[in-house]
Each structure stands twice: as C-alpha cells, then as structure tokens.
Design a protein. Sequence first.
Length: 291
Amino acid sequence: MDNQSTYPNVEFICSTLLSLLYNESRKQGLRLPSNLHLYGAQMTTPFLDFNLVVVGCLRTKTPLRALQLNAFVTSGVVPAGGAHGFHKGFLWMQKSAEAMSQIGENEGSDLIPITTQSVKYAIDVACDLAITVRVEQWFLDGNHRTALACMIFSLAEQSVILSSTFCPYKAYTIISARFHPGNESNHLDEVARQSARSHLVSYIRTCTRRAMPIKDSPTALRPYLERHLHAIRVLPNTVIEIEDLRCELEIFANEGAWMERLKVWRAQGDRTKVNMKLTFSSLAKGIYKLP
C-alpha cells in the first residue's frame, strides 16, 4: 500500500491548520511558511549521514544506488511519515536493491566505478537518467531531487563534474516543467518530456567540465558528491519559500494592492528574486511584471 495514502486525514488536517495559521499571521503582519505540508515529515526528520547511506562501489543506474540516493534526499521518509521506497510499479527494483544488499554487492571503499567518455556523451546519459526518474516517478516521493542526485553521480562516473555556476534550483525547475502544456498533475507527456530533457542538456552543458584527477583518485569524489547532494536535499526550503512568496504576491495582486506587492518584492534578496522568475515567467513580463 502507498505510504503516502495511509494517512490522508492527517495530511488534510495539517494542511488546513497551516493555512489558517498563515492567514492569521498575515493579518498580524507576520511571515510564516504556509506550505510546510508539501514535505511533511521530511522537514522534521533529522538528515541522514551520507557515509552511512550512500555506500558501495555502484553504478548510478543500479536500483540499490538509486534507492540510497532517494533515502538521502528525503531523510528516508515520505511526507506522511512512512518509509521511503519504490512505487508499486517498480517493485522489481526494490527486490533487486534488497538482493544486492543481502549478497554484499554494495561493499567497497569507492562510491562509483570511474570511466572516461566524452563530456557530451556523459551529459546525455546523465540527463536521460534524470528525466527518466522524474517522468516515470520511480519513488513514493522525492523523485525530482533523486533525479538530480542521479544526474550528478552519473556525470561523476564519466569524470565530469559540475562547475560553481551550477544552480540546483534551476535544474529542479527545468525537470519539473511545471507550466508546460504537457504537464498534467505532475505527469509529463512525450512532448513535455523531450522539452525538459533538451532544456536540461543545454543547461548542464554550460556548467560542467572534465575532471581528470577523479580517475586517479576516486575517493576525492566523496566530499564533492556529499556537498552537491546536501544542496539537493535542502531544496524543499527553497520550494516552500518560493511558494509562500508567490501566495503573498498573488493575494496583493488580487486585492489590487500593487504598492504593497512591490514593497514585499523589493524586500527579497537577489537569489530569491532570481528563483521566483525562474519558476514563474509571468513575473518577468506583462501586467504582473516585477523589477
């Protein structure tokens, strides 16, 4: 049974209470996150230790490695509080991961087997895997975050690493394809899928480079991978911030309170403004445009 559907009443009650609390806080002039229910237990469960969760020398495409990455970015739980794992349609992956764990195929000091292909090939393979995880929804939750984690590990397998210009949230918005006509209830049709893949490949090509030392010292990858995976697992903080700000700006717009809306916008940091415009293109043009 899907763990997320086990506690529907609890989720509804929490969502309602948080909404009421948000509305009341706005009346009092306070800022309070109203979308905490989006991630539920993942926001209160302690982070897992990278060195205890992501273990063994495994290729990224193996079910066990994908399951490890999902555990890390979700703290091992779904929003309702149950354990993370594969969706029903991918139980064969769950069984494969369990079998690999039991026979010890996950043991080893290195995290990934390093090979060397062209940067273009590495990016194509990594982005294909990321889009597959996101579109097919392998896991009960955290598919977008797991998709990005898989992409980073897959790139590293080919001795390709991300530069400092890589923005996890931008990659997140790309694979989300939130406003693409082919996105129905978070499921992408083939046109939307190809569009998301094309945009992701184009973006990743601007922020990757060959890292030859990786092949000679695979253990040097560990801090690099941990740093990037941590940036991915805290993405819910950004998503909640963006959704709450959207709600606030939308309320002011609906009320015709344009000066108040502008004042709230100007109070935001540069990174928040960039993330908002990445997510909502309407803020960059038309009557809802903001500076």
